[in-house]
Design a protein around this ligand. Structure first.
Ligand code: NAI
Length: 250
């Protein structure tokens, strides 16, 4: 595998599971020094071990991305541990309760907006400051197909992901001239622990909604994410990129 991220420092939120885990492993394999940041420290440490066992460099940090001070500390940990910050993936997220908008509780609404939307603002703020101090960088925000279309019974998630796409464009414009690229990725439904709570019939139903006839894999989302983080994407910023098996083409 090409070591095209060699010498780069990467910060991945929600890096302990699913899509974030695949991104962390691929970054590690391609030479990046990876900070796996997650609510679940044990799981983050297991990903760090896998990266190290494969010959890479990594460190784990516990963070709740919905808490400003914890995000600040986690980014500072990255800079202190590896000497800077070059690439970041704001990926941590939750599905939230399933209910129509009128029945959505205020508590559930705030939880999803805090973890899936406000967290991206906190992360961008501290990541951008660290990147400006080291000559720029590249950031990918993990949105979803639900950043451009809706889905029943997911008002907070759909709102948060649309917000992530808007925030991506806003940050990209503000920092384009300072060498920071910011993009968003929009996966279709992906086989990860986030979906494992669903019954088998729901899985089959979701598969049939993707023209490709199956759910995507975390590795497929990671492949797009690493392209956007890489120097090969040097003219790409402010844009939203789907990896959805044709879901939104219908
Ligand atoms: P996952 O549940 O496998 O992994 C999410 C990770 O984020 C877990 O390790 C979890 O501990 C961590 N996390 C959750 N809340 C956190 C918090 N407050 N602070 C720090 N870490 C936290 O989920 P998956 O599927 O890998 O999702 C990753 C991202 O991809 C999410 O933003 C999700 O919305 C998005 N996505 C997922 C899709 C899917 O079908 N699985 C489809 C489209 C987008």
């Amino acid at each position: 595998m090409s070591k095209d991220f060699s010498g780069k420092v990467a910060f991945v939120t929600g890096g302990a599971s699913g899509i974030g885990e695949a991104i962390s492993l691929q970054l590690g394999a391609r030479g990046a020094k990876v900070v796996v940041a997650d609510l679940k420290l044990d799981a983050a440490e297991a990903v760090v071990k896998a990266i190290k066992d494969a010959g890479g460099q990594a460190a784990a940090v516990a963070v709740d991305v919905s808490k400003i001070e914890q995000v600040e500390k986690a980014v500072q940990f990255t800079v202190d541990t590896f000497g800077g910050l070059n690439v970041a993936v704001n990926n941590a997220g939750i599905g939230g309760k399933a209910a129509p908008l009128g029945d959505y509780s205020f508590e559930d609404w705030h939880k999803v907006i805090d973890v899936n939307l406000n967290s991206v603002f906190y992360s961008l703020k501290y990541e951008i400051a660290a990147m400006l101090a080291h000559g720029g960088g590249a950031i990918v925000n993990m949105a979803s197909i639900l950043g451009s279309v809706a889905f029943p019974n997911a008002p907070a998630y759909v709102t948060a992901k649309h917000g992530v796409v808007g925030m991506t464009k806003s940050a990209a414009l503000d920092y384009a001239k300072q060498g920071i690229r910011v993009t968003a990725v929009g996966p279709g439904f992906i086989e990860t622990p986030l979906l494992s709570a669903l019954p088998e019939e729901a899985h089959d139903g979701l598969k049939s909604m993707h023209p490709i006839g199956r759910l995507g894999s975390s590795e497929e989302v990671a492949a797009l994410t690493l392209f956007l983080l890489s120097d090969a994407a040097s003219n790409i910023t402010g844009s939203y990129h789907l990896v959805d098996g044709g879901y939104t083409a219908q």
